[in-house]
Design a protein around this ligand. Sequence first.
Ligand SMILES: O=C(O)CCC(=O)C(=O)O
Ligand SMILES: [Fe+2]
Length: 342
Amino acid sequence: MEKLLSSWSSAAVSLPENYVFPVHSRPGDTTVPFCKTLPMIDLKAALAYGRHNAIQQVLEACQDFGIFQVINHGVNDDLVIDTMKVVKEFFDMPNEDKVDVYSEDPNNKCRLYTSTYDYENEKTHLWRDNLRHHCYPIHDFIHLWPKKPTRYRDVVMKYSLQVADLSSRILELICDGLGLGPMYFGEGLTGVQLFSANHYPPCPSPDLALGLPKHCDANLITFLQQDDIYGLQLYRNGEWLGIEPIPNAFVVILGHQSQVISNGKLTSPEHRAITNSTYHRTSIVYSINPKPDTLIEPAKVLINDSNPPLYRAYQFKEFFKSYEEKKDYDKGALEDFKIKAS
Ligand SMILES: O=C(O)CCC(=O)C(=O)O
Ligand SMILES: [Fe+2]
């Protein structure tokens, strides 16, 4: 547990060498402008104008940005606040209360660890601790979740169920918008669901370190809840832009698999998490992933002579292995899966 940032970072006066990112990927000046054009969807209002209107708003956001904020989403506001609170309480606990879930084994279905799954071999450590556990179907995994704080399991269970429901509603809108036919995003594409809480303590050199480097999410889709402390940045048209924290909003982010299934019609955005020298920051990620054996391919209904497949079919586990081995987490992760023009 001594590797955890929360064990030593508060006493650090300078950034250790192995946290300093190479010049080309370090953030430098982190004060970038907010992305003022980021789509913001009021789901309730959008649906009030008819399902067709909601489909159009979601699809446009997914095509143009691949990332948007959603408010009036149907997940209970008090529950959202309470979940952030209980997760912060978890990270605030002394080490002896967290030791049960600390694990250096990436195969563990519930674990607290620091940086990436591959701490020993990574070139630069990330300035984050992460608590991650499976949560679907919930009763297969809840017994593995943290026992403390005592409210943790109850609150996170309610949260997971409601965010899973939101994810189904958003995926149905995407499915209808793309014309994929009913239930395209079924168990195979959504059957692995993870609750992942990132904790970024104050960092002595936010210009040199990163909470998470530039990446696209490997999954199908992410529902991210930001703290009131800013730290999420989007790489768009060659520049970094901040994603403004909006109370109780979810940031919806399409993963690589959505880009492949839509044959490039939808985009998976590159993003990162910066640190700051003053505040602890926490983000909660609800991540929808395919099952390992699921075949991922551009949806057949989207393919025709004028729209040939851009990606070959593969099993999700093949993609994931390459994503982790190549440690090429951004757009490059899809290179080996592209069908090259002959
Ligand atoms: O902490 C954040 O805002 C970003 C988290 C993120 O991108 C991820 O966990 O994949
Ligand atoms: Fe991400």
